[in-house]
Design a protein around this ligand. Structure first.
Ligand code: SF4
Ligand code: SF4
Ligand code: SF4
Length: 243
């Protein structure tokens, strides 16, 4: 039987779903092997669960979204988090909680009654079967995971860090040159795209399994001050920094 697939999104920029659309022909080939029965962004005719596979982009930041997430978990055999907002809390989680009230007032005015809750990864609320990392996700990684799932396999996480791909790409190492980078503790899969483009790795692919966070922090302390190190970790890996 053709697996029934649903694609949902909570609070985010929808960039990861745009990546889904951008794989075009490959998505059409995949579509012959799956039945996308619910996808708000991609089609008008949407059906309710149960689903064989549900892919969720974004982080729930209202109680309504949390309730929907729990319902989707009940209705889904396999649930996958798509992109850093869903896997880590991502960009919506950067806002300092203590600052939230001030910004609500500034943006929406004194009368506004906030409904927002902390932006957390989906795994804070429900069991997630697999995480597709990135901000945005990498198309090739997405296709690999789809193909493995359709073949009945459990997809594996990359067993190496961004540094491995960075070396393969022959990029000069930022840390060796005295500049911070979170590549050593970040799971590979992005092809070290930021370093190629002249930026550091901020960890959007999430912590790799054997990450030595303390060891990297010690190295970074020799390169920059505490405030700057904290800034690096507030992007995607704030939970790792607290450990
Ligand atoms: S992970 Fe990044 S690109 Fe994807 S939805 Fe979130 S903010 Fe957008
Ligand atoms: S630049 Fe960053 S990702 Fe590349 S090798 Fe150095 S520490 Fe690793
Ligand atoms: S280099 Fe780091 S921040 Fe950039 S895409 Fe890769 S994992 Fe994400």
């Amino acid at each position: 039987m053709v697996p029934k697939v649903a694609i949902y999104d909570f609070t985010d920029c929808e960039g990861c779903e745009v990546k889904l659309v951008s794989i075009r022909e490959k998505l059409l080939i995949l579509e012959k092997r799956i039945d996308i029965v619910n996808w708000r962004l991609g089609q008008e005719d949407n059906k309710p669960g149960p689903f064989d596979l549900t892919i969720i982009e974004g982080t729930p930041i209202t109680q309504h979204e949390v309730d929907l997430l729990k319902k989707l978990r009940q209705d889904s055999k396999v649930l996958i988090a798509l992109g850093a907002c869903a896997t880590l809390g991502g960009i919506p989680a950067i806002l300092d909680k203590k600052e939230r009230a001030k910004w609500y007032k500034k943006i929406y005015g004194e009368e506004y009654k906030p409904r927002g809750i902390d932006a957390l990864p989906l795994s804070a609320y429900v069991k997630v079967d697999f995480l597709i990392h990135g901000c945005p996700i990498d198309e090739n990684e997405l296709i690999r995971i789809f193909q493995e799932l359709l073949a009945g396999k459990t997809p594996a996480y990359r067993g190496y860090s961004v540094c491995f791909e960075c070396k393969q790409a022959n990029n000069p190492c930022r840390i060796i040159n005295g500049q911070p980078c979170l590549g050593p503790i970040t799971q590979g899969g992005c092809g070290s795209i930021c370093i190629k483009g002249g930026s550091p790795c901020y960890g959007c692919f999430g912590l790799r399994q054997e990450a030595n966070v303390k060891g990297l922090v010690e190295v970074l302390q020799g390169l920059t001050d505490k405030k700057e190190i904290e800034r690096y970790f507030t992007m995607f890996l704030s939970r790792a920094f607290d450990k």
